[in-house]
Design a protein around this ligand. Structure first.
Ligand SMILES: [Fe+2]
Length: 619
């Protein structure tokens, strides 16, 4: 499976060339010696120089030191990985006129928007220094938004425009200003290299790592946010894709923020959590439905920093995952990996009242596994049911240093058909059910799908979040293509029919296979306005034809799922593979999201406008 980025402090440190932390400290101090010597040479009269000048001078010395000690090295990429590579900002909206098929007349106006990594400064580089090597992992890269605007004109015809833009986090602004890779990779590599990268990043820029904001896009109270779980959400102007700044809920939330907050059924409050490498490891927060205030916050007193990526909600409860993919700074300073999946470790699922605290969580021990994305959770009598995609191991953080990374990823995608491979180390991801009895404490767990398709990136009709749903949709891994690329590629979409799951071995699955060499990302469910059934709607997705190097957006009728897409829109620009997408049903009115459309015979088309409206209220 592919995953979103995990960057609370994310790295995998192994086999340091400097074997103990004491040696590392000695080495670090000796490396800083030239800098310290330079500082000693500073005339004493500088004491009278304004503080800002001293600070600027010190920072420049740190930059000089870093640039002289750390050398950036380009990564080699395989042609099969080409669409993971970045694109440039187009800078202006472009009309989309190459449309095959017909956009349904009852399709909602709005914006289909997707987030994903688009490395700008150093994403495809590693560093080499006296401390060893450090590099990013494949999910790294500054977040870029790709948006397709659907505007219905007065004559009933559709006007389509496309735009893209980087999410301008504070750290991206710094690197843009310096116009050079500045943050040292602190993701994987030798422990001393990672630790010194953290230190130098913090001293130079006030942050240990980049704020990438590259994972998801969500709406709350009519406002739109790009988010990755290591930082606060970035508010976005949905019309222009400009970044408006950090959302700290009026100063009440100053820690990481999950990329998958959930609207609580009924109240419309936003349930979210923040996972941090330092205590408190896990705090849950509930934001008012108007987004103005944090109405509840609780430290769940985790004993470890579990890389919990998603959270579930039911009518009354929050559902918490505590699985043994952990961040451990102490482990890093002892020369081990900062992020590690421990298949021997405990796994538990917590169910807590919406406004509960650490004492009111009811914990259920479950079989150890790896879960990133929840499909849905709901209550059924005394039971809380949780559905999610589950694999035997984690695609994050990747292999130990020295191991062939390409081979490591490839073999784990191949595990299904390779009987000699340890299936406990497979990325193969299946839909899974936990039934948690709140009265007896009993847990029943089972697979909902078999070994025919590996899936992830679930989506449902969001009007059913927290309620029993009959359908879910997901992206299907193309195992062969993923093997070749050593990166996850999704060659199709799936519709799961849950029905009465108690009486079935596996749930029914429909498969929408994409053409050869074509892969999707950011798929989202679009509910039909006024729809009466749960699957009244469409699945929309970005797809890329690697043979033609052409990106498109497709719309698939959810009720006729295996059929050809009802419409295929060819985009004027390449859209790299990324993470999560969402359809924001907003009314497009008089203001124009594309004031400066690019002219061109291919792209010429009358424009539309956007007027923000609150998203349809969930039931
Ligand atoms: Fe995710």
């Amino acid at each position: 499976m592919a995953v979103c980025s995990f960057k609370v402090i994310n790295c995998c440190a192994q086999k340091p060339s400097i074997t103990t932390f004491e040696q590392f400290k000695t080495q670090l101090l000796s490396s800083f010696q030239p800098l310290i010597s330079d500082l000693k040479k500073v005339p004493k009269k500088l004491v009278l120089v304004p503080h800002a000048i001293i600070k600027n001078t010190s920072t420049e010395l740190l930059h000089t030191f870093t640039d002289s000690v750390f050398k950036f090295i380009d990564h080699q990429t395989d042609p099969s990985q080409s669409n993971f590579g970045p694109v440039e900002e187009i800078g202006e909206c472009i009309n989309v006129i190459d449309v095959q098929g017909t956009i349904p007349s009852d399709f909602p106006e709005g914006v289909y928007i997707r987030n994903g990594p688009n490395p700008l400064f150093g994403g495809f580089k590693s560093t080499k220094s006296i401390f060893g090597r450090s590099s990013h992992i494949w999910v790294e890269g500054e977040g870029m938004l790709h948006a397709l605007y659907f505007k219905k004109q007065s004559d009933g015809k559709w006007s389509l425009t496309y735009n893209n833009k980087h999410v301008e986090t504070d750290t991206l602004k710094i690197e843009k200003q310096r116009n050079t890779p500045s943050f040292l990779p602190a993701i994987e590599g030798d422990s001393p290299a990672i630790l010194s990268a953290y230190l130098l990043n913090f001293l130079r820029f006030g942050a240990v790592n980049k704020l990438l904001s590259n994972t998801n896009v969500f709406e709350h109270s009519g406002k739109f946010y790009a988010v990755a779980e290591n930082h606060l959400p970035q508010e976005i102007d949905i019309r222009t894709l400009k970044t408006l700044g950090n959302w700290d809920v009026n100063g009440s939330w100053n820690r990481p923020f999950t990329a998958h907050p959930k609207k609580a059924p009924g109240s419309g409050e936003l349930v979210m959590m923040g996972v941090d490498a330092m205590k408190p490891f896990f705090e849950i927060g509930i934001i008012s439905d108007d987004g103005s205030k944090l109405v509840h916050k609780a430290d769940l007193k985790f004993e470890r920093c579990s890389l919990c990526h998603d959270i579930g909600v039911t009518m009354r409860y929050n559902v918490i995952l505590d699985f043994p993919l952990t961040i451990d700074i102490k482990r890093l300073t002892n020369g081990g990996p900062l992020i590690k999946y421990n298949k021997e470790g405990y796994a538990r699922i917590g169910v807590m009242p919406r406004y509960g605290d650490a004492d009111s969580v009811k914990w259920f021990q479950v079989e150890t596994c790896c879960v990133f994305h929840i499909i849905n959770a709901y209550e059924d009598g005394d039971e809380v049911i949780l559905w999610a995609f589950r694999a035997s191991t984690s695609i994050i953080p990747g292999p130990d240093l020295g191991i062939n990374k390409f081979e490591w990823f490839s073999t784990r995608f191949k595990a299904k058909c390779d009987t000699t491979f340890d299936s406990d180390e497979s990325f193969f991801s299946q839909a899974y059910e936990w039934r948690l009895n709140m009265k007896t404490g009993e847990v029943k767990e089972r697979f909902l799908t078999g070994k025919s398709h590996s899936m992830d990136f679930p989506m449902i009709n969001e009007n059913f979040t927290g309620y029993k749903n009959k359908y879910a949709y997901a992206q299907v891994v193309d195992l062969d293509a993923s093997c070749i690329a050593g990166m996850p590629k999704y060659g199709g979409l799936a519709k799961l029919h849950f029905g009465d799951t108690k009486q079935q071995d596996y749930v029914k699955m429909e498969h929408h296979k994409l053409p050869n060499n074509t892969f999707c990302t950011g798929a989202a469910f679009v509910a039909k306005p006024g729809g009466t059934e749960e699957d009244d709607g469409w699945v929309i997705a970005f797809v890329h034809d690697e043979q033609l190097n052409t990106s498109r957006v497709i719309i698939v009728d959810a009720k006729n799922f295996a059929r050809e897409p009802v419409v295929i829109m060819t985009l004027p620009n390449r859209v790299p593979y990324g993470f999560h997408g969402a359809f924001m049903p907003i009314i497009l009115g008089s203001s124009d999201p594309c004031r400066h459309k690019r002219d061109g015979s291919r792209h010429h088309h009358a424009g539309g406008g956007v007027l923000l409206m609150r998203k349809t209220r969930r039931r």
